[in-house]
Every structure is written in structure tokens, then in C-alpha cells.
Write a protein that binds this ligand. Structure first.
Ligand SMILES: [Zn+2]
Length: 160
């Protein structure tokens, strides 16, 4: 019998002036960027946690601790590729990913196709199997004030 599982990922990063802004595996052109131990790619981190959660493999902090110098400034695409590898070792295949990024500024709509392309290629899945949506919080809270960014993701995985 085919075993189907879902996982949920959520991540938040602070935004600050002059930081690089990596999101969905690409570098955004903006005066602020996300702060973190790695490249602080909130979308990829949420996807990693959704995948790990679906396989009951803990979370991103367990596998790539932010106390380790190995992961300082690391490209999160490398972490995502490792997570996909971990799932493969447990004989899981990826069904699809759906994600929402909450960010007030800049507008993400024009770059969503490129983010989908990059993430699909890192995960070795079809572009149709990765959905990325963007929302603002109507100027409310830390996202609305431009103090931070968050992302939610769900992942469906299966085993035959
Ligand atoms: Zn993160």
C-alpha cells in the first residue's frame, strides 16, 4: 500500500539594512536583507522543515545547527539538497510543495517563476510540483513594518 505523508514548515527571519537578501534560492535586489547564521533564506528553510516533518526527521536546526561554523553563511540550496537526499535514503519520493511567503516589500510576483525554477532544479522535481505564493500583512505586525519576513510551506511525500 502506498504511504502518503504531509509535513508543515514555518520560518521567520529579521530584515536589516545592508544584508544580502536571499529568497527562494535567488538574490533579491533590495536595500534590506534577511539576517541569519546561514544565508537566511526563509522560504528554503520552511520547505526543508516541511520535508523533514513529513518524514518525521526532526527539523532543520537538528540537522544543520546554527552553532556550527560549517553552516555559517551557507547557501541554503545546499541544505535543501541534503534534506532531499535524507528523504531518498528513507525511500520517500516528493509529491508536491506549496509555500506562502509573507513580506510587505518588495513585491515578489515578478520573481516567483525564477524561484520555482531554482527550487525545482535543486530538489530534482517538476516545476509544477512547487508552488510559491506571496502575501503582505496589510502593513500589520513585524512583516508589515518591514522588520521581518516569514514563510509557511507544506510538503507531501510518499513511499510505494
Ligand atoms: Zn531560517
Amino acid at each position: 500500500m502506498q504511504k502518503i505523508r504531509v509535513g508543515l514548515g514555518f520560518d521567520v527571519h529579521q530584515l536589516a539594512e545592508g544584508e544580502e537578501f536571499w529568497l527562494g534560492g535567488i538574490l533579491l535586489d533590495y536595500h534590506k536583507g534577511a539576517v541569519g547564521h546561514s544565508d537566511a533564506d526563509v522560504l528554503i528553510h520552511a520547505i526543508c522543515d516541511a520535508l523533514l516533518g513529513a518524514a518525521s526527521l526532526g527539523d532543520i536546526g537538528v540537522h544543520f545547527p546554527d552553532t556550527s561554523n560549517d553552516y555559517k553563511g551557507i547557501d541554503s540550496k545546499i541544505l535543501l539538497a541534503r534534506v532531499v537526499e535524507l528523504l531518498k535514503e528513507k525511500n520517500y519520493s516528493i509529491g508536491n510543495i506549496d509555500a506562502t511567503v509573507s513580506l510587505q516589500m518588495p513585491k515578489l510576483k515578478p520573481i516567483i517563476p525564477e524561484m520555482r525554477k531554482v527550487i525545482a532544479s535543486v530538489m530534482n522535481i517538476d516545476i509544477e510540483d512547487i508552488s510559491i505564493k506571496a502575501t503582505t500583512t496589510e502593513w500589520l505586525g513585524y512583516v508589515g513594518k518591514g522588520e521581518g519576513i516569514n514563510a509557511h510551506a507544506v510538503a507531501l511525500i510518499y513511499k510505494d
